[in-house]
Design a protein around this ligand. Structure first.
Ligand code: PLP
Length: 441
């Protein structure tokens, strides 16, 4: 047996310990060199050598309330002193109150919450509910989506991560609206919307309408590129789901709880889902949690029938306490309104002005604190910027003290919802300087 140091100080020691003991997500392990982070506050984090970074990633687009919000930290500490854990079969006041805080934000007719450990198992259980409720099997979701890394959720996912993981059955994919790289030869948002809906309906018909349990969509696909749907798309999907007796599940794991400048991203659209999945922003990941907000019709289906699903940590008291404190602080401090204002008055205009000066930016899209810059080698052909260019961009931003979120040829600009005007200006100036330094793709 080797000896283990009790304390690790300094970036080098932490990095070394990490590389010898920790197996990381989604990566070949050999070439990894993760940045050590030891503390944070608001929009900033810092490493063990005292270097500060402006977190323009919100980690995995989840720290909506910012790092170490004192009220949430205190709520977790206070709950830990009262009751750190209790089995899901018991009634618990903190858990019930967290569920009520969430349903109060949902449309009328959503009175129950099933808590999970995170976003993947929220989708897993929403799919299970839809299958049991409809007595049908298939689930339609989008290419260009991410729904989590478990059995059905990863196969519902529409990016490269699905392909090595296809062990679940009954999943069908469609293309959704994405005008900048239209699959439908569309030139306007109206055409893109109409053709994407036609495509979806034809797939439903071809798959056998009586076999479709649910259509599962991220309200605004996030990791796939912040693809805000054109007006009418989500309402059109709702109509198709109703016409063929399928449920509509909206995945609000990344888009919900302030990210788009709304409590739920679908609040900005004319649509009402049957099931809502959430995680991330509901408590900014201070304790792992997710869940399904269940419409009354689906909830009542399980009044007399057993729901064959559960988790040891469903409704964990530390998570529940952190949800209550997060949602209270977000409401009282106007954090969702801040995200909306920052998007409209600061991030949106400043990112668009960057695009005026840097031809490598092919498109700027988003709202709230949920933006993507699509970087291209050529604005005419829209050829994506090469991986080497994206790597230089990432290194340049890190060198300027900005934590970036880079996916494929895109820079996602996704700061916490508490970000200030000064912090936005600092981050955008760093992007500007980095793009100037590295030049065209
Ligand atoms: N759904 C969406 C839209 C997500 O962005 C993610 C995570 O990024 C998930 C589901 C999965 O959540 P988790 O990683 O908590 O399982």
């Amino acid at each position: 047996m080797s000896t283990v140091e009790d304390t690790l100080t300094g970036n080098a020691a932490i990095s070394h310990a990490d590389r010898t003991a920790v197996f990381h997500s989604w990566s070949a392990q050999g070439a990894l060199n993760p940045l050590p982070i030891v503390g944070g506050s608001g929009s900033f984090v810092w490493d063990a050598d005292g270097r500060r970074y402006l977190d323009f990633s919100s980690q995995l687009v989840n720290v909506n309330i910012g790092h170490q919000h004192p009220r949430v930290v205190r709520a977790i500490q206070e709950q830990a002193a009262i009751l750190t854990t209790i089995a899901p079969a018991h009634a618990n006041a903190t858990r019930a109150q967290a569920a009520r805080k969430i349903t109060a934000l949902a449309p009328d007719g959503f009175s129950k919450v099933f808590f999970t450990n995170g976003g993947a198992d929220a989708n897993e259980n929403a799919i299970r509910m839809a299958r049991l409720f409809t007595g049908r099997d298939k689930v339609i979701s989008r290419y260009r989506s991410y729904h989590g890394n478990t059995g059905a959720a990863i196969v519902a996912t529409g990016d490269w991560r699905r392909v090595p993981n296809e062990y679940a059955r009954g999943h069908v994919h469609v293309f959704g609206p994405y005008l900048y790289r239209s699959e439908f030869w569309a030139e306007t948002p109206e055409q893109e919307c109409e053709r994407a809906l036609h495509h979806l309906e034809r797939v439903v018909q071809a798959e056998g309408p009586d076999s479709i349990a649910a259509i599962l969509l991220e309200t605004v696909p996030g990791t796939a590129g912040v693809l805000t749907p054109p007006p009418g798309y989500l309402a059109g999907v709702r109509e198709i789901a109703d016409r063929y007796g399928a449920l509509l599940i909206l995945d609000e794991v990344m888009a919900g709880f302030g990210r788009t400048g709304e409590w739920f991203a679908f609040d900005a659209f004319d649509v009402r889902p049957d099931l809502i999945t959430f995680a991330k922003g509901v408590n900014s990941g201070y304790v792992p949690v997710g869940g399904v907000v269940i419409s009354d019709a689906v909830a009542q289906h399980f009044d007399e029938r057993v729901f064959p699903g559960g988790l040891t940590y469903s409704g964990h008291p530390l998570a529940a306490a952190s949800i209550i404190a997060t949602l209270d602080a977000m409401a009282e401090e106007g954090i969702v309104a801040n995200a909306k204002r920052i998007g409209a008055d600061a991030l949106g205009p400043q990112l668009r002005s960057l695009a005026d000066r840097h031809p490598v930016i092919g498109e700027v899209r988003g709202s709230g604190v949920f933006w993507a810059l699509e970087l291209v080698a050529d604005r005419g052909t829209r050829e994506p910027a090469a991986p080497g260019y994206m790597q230089r961009l990432k290194s340049g931003l890190l060198g300027r003290g900005i934590l970036p979120f880079v996916v494929d040829n895109r820079l996602h600009v996704v700061p916490p919802a508490v970000v200030t005007d000064e912090e936005v200006a600092e981050g955008v100036a760093a992007i500007d300087a980095t793009l100037t330094e590295i030049g065209p793709s």
